[in-house]
Design a protein around this ligand. Sequence first.
Ligand SMILES: NC(=O)c1ccc[n+]([C@@H]2O[C@H](COP(=O)([O-])OP(=O)(O)OC[C@H]3O[C@@H](n4cnc5c(N)ncnc54)[C@H](O)[C@@H]3O)[C@@H](O)[C@H]2O)c1
Length: 365
Amino acid sequence: MENGHAKYRVAVIGSGNWGSVASRLIASNTAKLPSFYDEVRMWVFEEILPTGKKLSESINEENENCKYLPGIKLGANVIADPDLESAVKDANMLVFVTPHQFVEGICKKLVGKLRPGAEAISLIKGMEVKMEGPCMISKLIADTLGINCCVLMGANIANEIAVEMFSEATIGYRKDKEVANRWANLFTTPYFLVSVAEDIEGVELCGTLKNIVAIAAGLVDGLDMGNNTKAAIMRIGLREMRAFSKLLFPSVRDNTFFESCGVADLITTCLGGRNRRVAEAFARNGGKRSFDELEAEMLHGQKLQGVSTAREVYEVLTYRGWQELFPLLSTVHEICIGQLPPTSIVEYSEHTPNLSIIGGPTPFY
Ligand SMILES: NC(=O)c1ccc[n+]([C@@H]2O[C@H](COP(=O)([O-])OP(=O)(O)OC[C@H]3O[C@@H](n4cnc5c(N)ncnc54)[C@H](O)[C@@H]3O)[C@@H](O)[C@H]2O)c1
């Protein structure tokens, strides 16, 4: 507390492409806004660079993440810290932004190490599938650490935000609008407009599921199909995203799909994201080179989320007997594991699902 007003200290957990851009964006605001301490600690999963130098040291010396965001200064108030506990110990606002497969391990290390009253936000797209059912990443963070966790999702290809091109994002929250507004304050800049929506599951599922549709869009590109086909795939995908979200969480709102986290993120990811790009290469190779191989070759340490999310969603569909209802989501996984050829991505006419159980207006695609 300072002058009777709460003052907040921010730590960012993750320093990949989006983690670095998010740190830069946040730090530009903490340097200006009186309710935040200037310094933003960014936890770095330590790596040794080809030069032999540690990534965290290089970031602090150059004020630049030469591996995941080369050529962009992060702001003098961003401090890279390879020690997770030390990075979070003074913070009361925690931004989680790592590939989703690492979150559970990170959270386990943080149990009992956080400041009382700390709040979290997740920028992570993906879900964990447990025996008892799917678990959204924000819930995993909230349950493991016993803290409130919002989400921020949107049409946000990190490299474009790094050079301050205009875009929008959506913060999803459960009950506490004041906390959501505080997060919006931290992230909003003239080129990054953030709105809040009281639909945490809807916002998070949009961000998670669109990566599967992006794989489908990339397959269509790799098969040299036209814009009509890609638009059809995006429409079918959006419809399945909404249906799946509402089946899992009846509280999910239709309006959420019209926010930046919904249709806008779907469009940008299907036009420009890494899931699309690698899926295009997969189709061009006739499905003969695996996604793992292409990811390693094309992304240089960055992670694909769509393939693992497709597998996780498929597990949910199989477990609940919903496969027939979601031909696109199911087909993407079956193509990813080589069970179906890439061309199956446009073979829907034989199995028109009946979406009437979730109030779909027409069973035809
Ligand atoms: N990049 C984007 O444009 C973008 C945009 C919006 C959301 N996202 C989401 O943000 C999240 C983070 O993506 P990103 O783009 O910042 O990462 P990235 O794919 O660029 O980089 C991978 C990161 O994972 C780290 N890492 C590797 N092994 C690890 C381990 N064992 N434990 C912990 N960390 C490890 C690497 O050091 C690196 O920081 C993802 O959920 C992604 O879907 C990304």
